[in-house]
Design a protein around this ligand. Sequence first.
Ligand SMILES: NC(=O)C1=CN([C@@H]2O[C@H](COP(=O)(O)OP(=O)(O)OC[C@H]3O[C@@H](n4cnc5c(N)ncnc54)[C@H](O)[C@@H]3O)[C@@H](O)[C@H]2O)C=CC1
Ligand SMILES: CC(C)CC(=O)C(=O)O
Ligand SMILES: [Mg+2]
Length: 359
Amino acid sequence: MKIAVLAGDGIGPEVTAQAVIALETVLAGSDKLELVYAPIGGAAVSEGGDPLPEATLETARQADAILFGAAGMPGDESLPYAQRPGASLLRLRQALGLFANYRPALLFPALAQASTLKPEVINGLDMMILRELSSDVYFGEPRGERVLPSGEREGYNTMRYSESEIERIAHCAFQTARQRRKRVCSVDKANVLESMLLWRDVVTRVGTQYPDVALSHLFVDAAAMAMMRRPLDFDVIVTGNLFGDILSDLAAMMTGSIGMLPSASLNQKGKGLYEPVHGSAPDIAGHDLANPIASILSVAMMLRYSFDMAEQAERIERAVSTVLEQGLRTQDIATPGQSSVGTRAMGEAIAQAIASQAR
Ligand SMILES: NC(=O)C1=CN([C@@H]2O[C@H](COP(=O)(O)OP(=O)(O)OC[C@H]3O[C@@H](n4cnc5c(N)ncnc54)[C@H](O)[C@@H]3O)[C@@H](O)[C@H]2O)C=CC1
Ligand SMILES: CC(C)CC(=O)C(=O)O
Ligand SMILES: [Mg+2]
């Protein structure tokens, strides 16, 4: 198995290093693992000017799966789009056709006190946010900035969705729900936006092919409220690129921290990129403070989705659960008065827990 490792910027390399250790530990004894490192984001700009060099793209194309860290740092936004380190991930997603982004929000019981919601509201939390990843306002044309006749500057973007783009993500949602609790909630803004009215129409039409799955619809503002109020009501949430980006950060806080949320992004051929939901966290980068669990759990998703290695995936997830049960915390999931460990110590403890498991 050839894995492209694109660690990127900020805490990206810190958490990815721990995810690689977890992967190597769970595959110990296998000579099949091949890791190919390539630069992306600000790291790639410093080397050659392009945040997504052709060689990196080729490495990603040739690999069986991709492990991504984070890209982008403060100040990026002043650069033209194609040179922006933060945009390199969007370009990579587009180039590989990664349209289905699975973001599971799961509460580890040991972290009930770390969530900002009351334990009785979130105990048992297990929702899957399925975010469409290759379209919407992030990619719509035209986009840009212009000067109005008044001399005032105006920024503009285009929210768009085609029927086929909605259809394919809707099928993913219903198929995922069939493996879970058979409920899909589609989140849109069909009361205001034409692209979202089409979204609702198409999801409803696709839903008729899955009579065993219950489909509901919510406008995104009401969805944000309902997710905070009764998160356990949700099974699969399917939504567009922008709303999925926002709602997954919201869901992350229910699990204790954004440092807990992994993700898998798949294309139509099943090729996958695996990454933590969080960004480069410049405020804590370089201080051994980042929580590596989201990245480590992303490796578990990789083993399950790309390599059909459910047993090894479960071993990683069980090791995470074990160290959390033992009371180990990085600073983001520590409750007041609780001591915390750094990125490396958390990663090492998880690797040790994997190694000492009875198989
Ligand atoms: N997938 C990616 O590569 C993403 C990149 N970004 C980029 O990252 C940069 C920073 O963006 P922000 O909005 O600050 O989002 P962020 O996710 O990097 O950080 C938000 C907050 O969460 C904390 N945090 C994030 N990950 C953590 C972890 N593993 N452990 C503990 N705490 C963690 C940070 O310290 C910060 O307080 C920007 O340049 C942005 O464009 C943002 C989101 C995703
Ligand atoms: C480049 C951004 C859209 C990354 C992000 O915030 C995300 O994928 O969650
Ligand atoms: Mg985001």
